[in-house]
Ligand binder design. Structure first.
Ligand code: DAH
Length: 341
């Protein structure tokens, strides 16, 4: 019995030397030290032997098991060293290879458009005034001459919060009230940029969040001609010196009179194309003379002060400029879209 254990050991050790990768090693381990190996079987078989032989054979078999486990571990560490040095050789440093370029981030297309708009208005003497995105119903609607339950509210589908009267602003216009109350009775020239939220069905043309840039000028002797001249000047700076504009009558509760400004289509120069839907004109913004009620709510006596206001959507403008067909791309976080700008 002792001799046959020695044969098992000799065979196992010689086969271990032949195992030259991790797969062969694991096969070796299950063959020679696994549950079904001869060695382990003979250890389990001790109970069937003559009681006087048991301690001698048991001891010997256990020694062999330990020797084999030791040898196995040594072989593993030897082989992994050999493999490591081989792979080091494969990966040796080639200093002549060009470096890997670092991925550089970029400004989001909406941010780029916003910054162009800021620069233009700054050049025309308008300051940036920021106001909050979580608003009250009072500021977002009532003080802008849109009373509770008035049908005009249908123009703005609203996200409400759990606190009564607290909503996400549906437009940047409540900033007008903030700016007026902070400055009355001083003259004002500000733009109010930022994110707005609407509870809308998301389509290629409408999103639940988007930026707006509101503008407000308050003073004495500000007239509709000032509005037209200033906004046409903006259009020339934004879309090119030959950009033509036209004003169409419109309605907003917070301005009177109200208008919408179109720019001659810069893709087809007015001939008609897909982007301007063959009209030759692109709608850019809403505007008007600040309503007397709104002036009053802001702390300016309408008998003395007048002003104009406007609101535009930078994503909409970028869509026109770059012929982007789906507003959902802006906040979809798809690099294939974002990296084009
Ligand atoms: N707040 C309007 C909207 O979201 C846009 C707008 C129109 C703003 C006319 C103005 C304005 O200041 O005078 O649809």
């Amino acid at each position: 019995m002792l001799e046959s254990l020695d044969t098992i050991k000799k065979l196992a050790l010689s086969e271990l030397q032949k195992a030259s990768d991790m797969e062969a090693l694991s096969l070796w381990h299950s063959t020679h030290l696994g549950k079904r190996s001869q060695l382990i079987k003979s250890l389990r078989n001790l109970g069937n032997m003559a009681p006087k032989d048991r301690p001698i054979i048991g001891k010997h078999a256990n020694e062999i098991r330990n020797t084999l486990e030791e040898a196995y571990k040594e072989r593993i560490s030897h082989l992994s060293k050999v493999m490591q040095s081989a792979s080091n050789k494969d990966m040796s440093l080639d200093v002549t290879l060009p470096g890997r370029p670092l991925n550089r981030g970029r400004l989001h297309i909406a941010t780029q458009t916003l910054r162009r708009i800021y620069t233009i208005w700054a050049d025309m003497g308008f300051q940036i005034y920021r106001s909050r995105e979580v608003e009250t119903d009072e500021l977002n609607f009532e003080l802008l001459n849109i009373p509770l339950h008035h049908p005009a509210r249908d123009m703005w589908d609203t996200f409400h919060t759990n606190s009564p009267g607290v909503i996400l602003r549906t437009h940047t216009s409540p900033g007008q009230i903030h700016a007026m109350r902070a400055n009355a009775p001083e003259p004002i020239r500000v733009i109010l940029p930022g994110m707005c939220y609407r509870y809308e069905q998301i389509t290629t043309r409408s999103e639940i969040q988007f930026n707006q840039v509101e503008g407000l000028a308050i003073g004495t002797n500000i007239r509709f001609t000032d509005l037209k001249g200033t906004l046409s000047n903006f259009a020339r700076r934004m879309f090119g010196t030959s950009a033509r504009t036209r004003f169409r009558a419109s309605h907003f509760p917070f301005t009177e009179p109200s208008a919408e400004m179109d720019v001659e289509c810069f893709l087809c120069s007015g001939d008609g194309c897909g982007v301007c839907k063959n009209t030759g004109w692109l709608e850019i913004l809403g505007c008007g003379m600040v309503h007397p009620t709104v002036l009053n709510n802001g702390g300016y006596a309408p008998s003395k002060y007048t002003g104009f206001a406007f609101g535009m959507g930078p994503e909409r403008i970028a869509m026109l400029q770059y012929d982007i067909d789906d507003i959902r791309h802006f906040w979809g976080n798809d690099l294939r879209f974002l990296e084009q700008f």
